[in-house]
Design a protein around this ligand. Structure first.
Ligand code: FAD
Ligand code: NAP
Length: 337
């Protein structure tokens, strides 16, 4: 473990924002994590994975602990399932590929999401009709206050739409050290999320395998989302708002083609990207430095050396404008520091 001071975090966040951390430490084992926590006791703490769901708006006055815990192993199996434990510092997409290579199924729709395994339960990552909770068995986490390990099952994680207990009641109290997934031995593919079927047809796959679904998802994502290595971004900046049917009806009066997806009998989800596009923000660039992506209005981008505050202020302008035009208050999905 090597404690570094005044560390520039530009390469540690996919927005590419240059801020400094008072202290920076990387840990490779739970023992190293425990001694790191002792050495920085009392200081403000940030556990960092791949930095793909973070916007830094100022220097971090505390210690950043970069999680480098590694290892993927099969820990149990039944007739139909395997239980795979992946350490929190493993790259998410590499885990997806490794499970598919071993004919363990269930993660294919979640292909090509940046970041690490340890952050996946934080916001119950989701894409193309599958959420982490659908393949989750349990997780192991170190309680920061006591340095004791705890096990959380799905119920105690309180997963919701891009939400979990770790973003709310237990925020900043635990370091997730590994996640156990319950995967299928038999393929149960899910292609009903519109564009996947179109892409599979384009590939000429009439009886697709989970690996085909993964390839389709990768192709779709590569065609419409900016690569963080080329253009700084943190994926969807806002959550898709869940609103009452009454609000949807009001929106439909002015915009009869407004898209929506049912959540339950009383609520619907409206794509935030559609609201932002209708409000005129899609593709907008400010001072040539930052703005709203041209293909996906949900994604705010840093073209060159924007500050986190500039991007944060842009997000505030979008929230206010969408609220004024549609009466819907967007919430940020990205974690702001
Ligand atoms: P970080 O950004 O490093 O951390 C995020 C938060 O989790 C921070 O608050 C951090 O302190 C906390 N944290 C991280 N690791 C731990 C740990 N081990 N213990 C405790 N707390 C921890 N998300 C989706 O849900 N679906 C998508 O389809 C999707 N697509 C994306 C596409 C692009 C191009 C980008 C840039 C992002 C996308 N995201 C998506 C968002 C992001 O990839 C995920 O939220 C991812 O899980 C973040 O992982 P990370 O390791 O980068 O987390
Ligand atoms: P899209 O397919 O253009 O669809 C726009 C939105 O409508 C999505 O956000 C999705 O909500 C919703 N939607 C579309 N079809 C749906 C269906 N059949 N049932 C329910 N909801 C539906 O979206 P996209 O931007 O290209 O993203 C594709 C997927 O990748 C989405 O699941 C999205 O969440 C995920 N993604 C997430 C991030 C992130 O950072 N969080 C970034 C990129 C992509 P949901 O978001 O609830 O699925």
């Amino acid at each position: 473990m090597n404690l570094q001071s005044d560390k520039d975090l530009k390469i540690y966040n996919t927005f590419g924002i240059s801020v400094k951390a008072d202290e920076f430490l990387e840990f490779e084992s739970v023992e190293e994590l425990k001694s790191a926590l002792k050495s920085i006791e009392g200081k403000e703490l940030l556990i960092l994975g791949g930095g793909s769901n973070i916007l830094f708006t100022q220097d971090f006055k505390g210690a950043v602990l970069k999680n480098n815990l590694r290892g993927i192993q099969l820990i149990d199996e039944t007739e139909n399932h395997v239980f795979i434990e992946a350490a929190a510092g493993e790259n998410w997409h590499q885990l997806v590929l490794e499970t598919l290579q071993n004919n363990w199924y269930g993660l294919e729709n979640l292909s090509y999401i940046p970041g690490n395994v340890g952050a996946s339960p934080m916001q119950n990552i989701g894409a193309y009709g599958v959420e982490l909770k659908d393949v989750f068995h349990s997780l192991n986490a170190l309680e920061i206050a006591s340095s004791e390990m705890h096990i959380f099952d799905a119920e105690s994680c309180k997963f919701g739409y891009r939400e979990s207990v770790f973003k709310r009641e237990l925020k900043n109290q635990y370091v997730i050290t590994s996640v156990v997934f319950k995967l299928n031995k038999e393929a149960k593919i899910k292609t009903d999320y519109g564009v996947i079927n179109d892409q599979l047809k384009e590939f000429g796959k009439e009886n697709p395998t989970p690996a085909d679904v993964s390839r389709a998802v990768i192709a779709i994502r590569q065609s419409k989302l900016p690569e963080p290595k080329e253009i700084g971004n943190a994926g969807s900046f806002f959550k898709n708002p869940i609103v009452t049917i009454d609000i949807l009806m009001e929106i439909l009066q002015a915009h009869p083609t407004a898209p929506s997806y049912p959540v339950d009998g009383e609520q619907v989800k409206i794509p935030a990207g559609w609201l932002i596009e209708q409000a005129g923000w899609k593709g907008k660039t400010i001072d040539g430095k930052y703005g709203v992506h041209k293909n996906q209005a949900l994604v705010l981008v840093n073209y060159s050396n924007a500050t986190g505050n500039e991007i944060y202020e842009l997000s505030t302008s979008i929230i206010n404008d969408v609220n004024e035009k549609f009466g819907v208050k967007l919430e940020r999905e990205v974690n702001i520091y």
